[in-house]
Design a protein around this ligand. Sequence first.
Ligand code: FES
Length: 119
Amino acid sequence: MSEVADATEEALEIPQLYKYHVFACFTQRPPQHPRGSCGANGAQPLWERLAKKIEASGQRDICMTSSGCLSFCQAGPIMVVYPQGVWYVPRTPEDIDEIVESHLLNDKLVERLIVVPRI
Ligand code: FES
């Protein structure tokens, strides 16, 4: 077995600090920028709501991190939940509430809001 494979297997046995770690894209580009941006697509109030909901849950094993561009700008606002690597595109405050209540607090994916980015 290669050193990389050995290292990967060892890494999988490292205890995880968080049950869920959410990365939400805060990148803001000008409205006419050709790449678009999550910020230009209305991310800020959604992420503020997400942060408040997570904090209000009292679950210290759920972490949210403000990220830079996640490279799928036109699809934004976009967020990803690890360790599963589930990508969501919430559009409304109610979408945020559903992701928190269903996925983060009750371990049930919100399938209607999932996207599978292509690289
Ligand atoms: S600006 Fe959010 S993914 Fe690029």
